[in-house]
Ligand binder design. Structure first.
Ligand code: FAD
Length: 484
């Protein structure tokens, strides 16, 4: 009798264990699982919805939008906490706004670009001189090479100059302190990392960008008619902020197919070539079985998720997942009081703090943008003195600021960085184009129904919202094709 009750107890325990580990986990089957609810994932889901493909979207956070969202203060000021500016050639972003019926605000450089290095903002003549000198020095370095590093980079071969490993190594040795600070403020903002963490070939695009600023100053100085300035120097932002766009995308989806609070922890493939995705949903968990997957999780995060060997990911793809460099951009948003007036400006390069600043989408405030170590270490402690330093230069009042909004993207566990960038430690091969899929980086080619999407997969628009949207559109198409 004793042994029979022992057997019964063991059996009961076994059944209970099975219940917890297997049966309690919700299992669902879909044709396509979209992982990640940022711009790429939402675009993919909307496209699949329009194609009538059975799909579901799974997002780890309780909110959608990923690296794009906006906040509106009680006073009505709208700040974008992540992605914000849309270039004139970002055609899919323009098309998406139009499709969703959203207004894009055109923002010209009607107000000046201000530059302050150690002390006060410098005059237009000094700016022109500073930028002209930088362009000349960069040109000299580029000309002095047998072949531009960009040629090697695009060919996917190593730059043969070992001493030119990083952008810092290749910068002209005779830059003045002011020139170096200007370059560092600009590069840390736009590329997200410090010059010593970025690849040498970026010197080519750096020269192009600085030259564009120079042209801008010259247009202003020559008092070129406004319409001409408008035609060369403008960008767009979504009126009402990026959360307006995210909300409009969300409204296009069937709510039952969108699962927030679902963090992917593991993915594997069975012998019937179906994908199994295991999610932590804060409860018993969810297992999703899908014929195809659109995977939009940034590689900075994907590298810590269990990717089973059954997925048979190629070495290049695994290398990219494990090593792709991400910038460390961060933002401080400062609401301003109604009576507080700053010096009118469009864009402010502040060399002393290595930050770039601009106005919010609407209302009174100031956005301070940074990268490199300043972005990586941005915290409740470092933000107030930095904000005060920038505000002081723009004629704002000093003192402790209320209501600062700080967003350090490197510290966000679902982003672990701002956007992909050309890091010094990564092989140029990561920039190689796919031969089979237009506009895609080779490492991001689909692997048997597992389709990679997200800004980082885009060949020409990596780092941008444009890249995310393009990859989402293509991702939906490739996933749907896989079902045929
Ligand atoms: C500070 C900053 C400024 C920027 N400025 C600009 C700009 O001016 N112009 C521009 O074009 N671009 C800009 N960008 C870049 C732009 O925001 C991104 O390129 C774009 O938003 C990326 O979209 P995505 O869908 O590829 O990735 P994401 O938005 O990161 O989406 C991925 C989603 O996956 C989710 N996720 C992560 N882990 C898991 C998991 N385990 N399970 C399930 N879901 C998960 C994330 O929460 C996220 O929602 C900026 C970015 C930052 C951070």
């Amino acid at each position: 009798m004793k042994s029979l009750s022992k057997i019964l107890t063991i059996t009961l325990l076994y059944i209970l264990t099975l219940n917890v580990s297997t049966f309690a986990m919700i299992t669902e089957e879909v044709d396509v699982a979209v992982v990640g609810g940022g711009l790429a994932g939402l675009t993919a889901a909307v496209n699949l919805h329009e194609k009538g493909v059975k799909h579901s979207l799974y997002e780890a956070k309780e909110t959608l939008g990923g690296r794009t969202y906006s906040v509106t203060t009680a006073e009505g000021t709208v700040f974008n906490m992540g992605g914000e500016w849309i270039d004139s050639d970002h055609k899919r972003m323009h098309a998406l706004a139009q499709k969703l019926g959203l207004d894009l605000q055109k923002e010209t450089y009607a107000n000046p670009v201000l530059v302050a290095l150690g002390g006060d903002t410098i005059s237009m003549d000094d700016k022109i001189q500073l930028f002209e000198s930088i362009v000349e020095k960069l040109k000299r370095v580029i000309k002095g090479m047998k072949q531009s590093p960009l040629d090697y980079y695009q060919a996917g071969t190593e730059v043969p100059y070992s001493r030119y490993k990083s952008l810092a190594d290749i910068l002209p040795g005779d830059l003045t302190e002011d020139e170096r600070r200007t370059i560092e403020a600009y590069v840390e903002g736009s590329d997200g990392a410090s010059t010593s963490d970025l690849q040498a070939p970026l010197i080519v695009s750096l020269k192009k960008d600085i030259k564009e600023f120079l042209d801008l100053f010259k247009y202003k100085q020559a008092e070129t008619p406004q319409d001409q300035i408008d035609s060369v120097a403008f960008q767009h932002r979504v009126a009402g902020g990026m959360s307006t766009m995210i909300g409009a995308l969300r409204d296009r989806l069937d709510g039952g197919n969108v699962h927030i609070g679902h963090r992917l922890t593991r993915i594997f493939k069975d012998t019937a070539e179906r994908f199994h995705l295991i999610f932590d949903d804060g409860g018993e968990g969810r297992e999703v079985i899908a014929k195809s997957v659109v995977m939009t999780i940034p590689f900075s995060v994907l590298r810590s998720i269990t990717l089973d060997t059954t997925l048979a990911l190629p070495k290049l793809c695994l290398d990219a997942i494990n090593t792709l460099t991400y910038g460390t951009n961060a933002k401080i948003q400062i609401p301003l009081k109604e009576e507080e007036e700053l010096t009118p400006f469009q864009y402010f390069v502040h060399g002393a703090t290595k930050t770039l600043s601009w106005n919010p989408v609407s209302g009174k405030g100031l956005t301070i943008f940074m990268g490199g170590d300043t972005g990586k270490t941005l915290s409740e402690a470092t933000a107030p003195p930095l904000a005060q330093s920038v505000l002081k230069q723009l004629g704002g009042t000093g003192g402790v600021r209320e209501g600062l909004q700080i967003k350090n993207w490197s510290a966000d566990p679902f982003a672990k960085g701002s956007y992909s960038t050309a890091g010094v430690n990564q092989s140029p091969k990561l920039g190689t184009p796919s031969n089979t899929h237009k506009g895609v980086r080779k490492f991001a080619e689909p692997v048997g129904g597992l389709v990679f999407a997200g800004e980082h997969t885009s060949l020409d628009y990596a780092a941008y919202m444009e890249g995310a949207v393009r990859s989402g559109e293509l991702g939906a198409e490739l996933a749907a094709q896989h079902l045929l």
